[in-house]
Design a protein around this ligand. Structure first.
Ligand SMILES: Cc1cc2nc3c(=O)[nH]c(=O)nc-3n(C[C@H](O)[C@H](O)[C@H](O)COP(=O)(O)O)c2cc1C
Length: 242
């Protein structure tokens, strides 16, 4: 399914009717889980539908149903989880549902037991449901850095990454051109890094890479380069051809 148009329309939805999503749509969503493309082969990832009662979150607007993302903890697991779950974000919005990444949410004790049994770690939640009002917006409604701020050279091919959602809209990505595409870097956290935010930022980088993949599905090729230049204040994450 072509999800590329959603990159230019999606938004975080924080206003819901509270009416549960129908069983028919839920089975469609579960069917989509199996079609999501990974960034890294060889990292087991699982999406589970969880009910609000299984979630600990103080935000007042959360939805009756959520998706919990679990992953094996291997090299690149957070970028991989962001890459995969962003495909869900776009898919759910294409169905006309509201969606919001929920870094502040945690699973309650029942669900945690299950994750220990499967040898996976809980990564993050996506809240989704029937939106109050439109789940989409005009491209002028995006609050983002400019193309010049996110790369070594202005390049319109990065527009899809520029519009990606990120934790507290931090937009930690930085791109450096190479022969067939780009190296991607994550901005450092300043003097007092918090573990939580840097994990979130690695998920954010995966989300931006997902937008590059969705916009270039036939040519997108992700790899780790051993000749990526250093960029001051940034950590190298990976490279991709498009
Ligand atoms: C990894 C991640 C975690 C997030 N966690 C939360 C959250 O806990 N609560 C919330 O209201 N929004 C959360 N967001 C949504 C961001 O605040 C939002 O994507 C960003 O401000 C950009 O706005 P937009 O998605 O409407 O374009 C999260 C987004 C990402 C990517």
């Amino acid at each position: 399914m072509d999800l590329s148009e959603m990159i230019y329309k999606r938004k975080s939805c924080r206003s819901y009717t509270g009416v549960p999503v129908s069983d028919k749509i839920i089975s469609q969503i579960e069917g989509f889980f199996g079609t999501v493309k990974p960034l890294y082969d060889g990292i087991r990832v699982k999406f589970d539908l969880v009910a609000r009662e299984q979630v600990r979150c103080f935000l007042p607007w959360t939805t009756p149903q959520l998706i919990a993302v679990f992953s094996e903890k291997k090299q690149g697991w957070l970028e991989n989880a962001g890459f995969m779950a962003q495909q869900l974000d776009l898919y759910l919005q294409k169905l006309g549902l509201g969606v919001c990444w929920l870094g502040m949410g945690k699973l309650g004790s029942t669900a945690s037991v299950e994750t220990r049994e499967t040898g996976m770690e809980f990564v993050i939640l996506l809240a989704f449901g029937e939106p109050k009002g439109s789940p989409w917006r005009e491209v002028s409604g995006f609050k983002r850095k400019s193309l010049d701020e996110i790369a070594d050279k202005h390049d319109i091919r990065l527009e899809a990454a520029r519009l990606a959602p990120s934790s507290v809209n931090s937009q930690p990505w930085y791109f450096v051109h190479n022969a067939n595409g780009f190296h991607v870097y994550c901005k450092g956290q300043g003097l007092i890094p918090t573990k939580m935010l840097s994990s979130m930022n690695r998920i954010d980088i995966g989300i931006a890479l997902c937008h590059m993949y969705i916009s270039n599905p036939d040519s997108f090729n992700y790899y780790i380069s051993n000749s990526a230049p250093e960029v001051k204040g940034h950590r190298y994450i990976g490279s991709f051809d498009i």
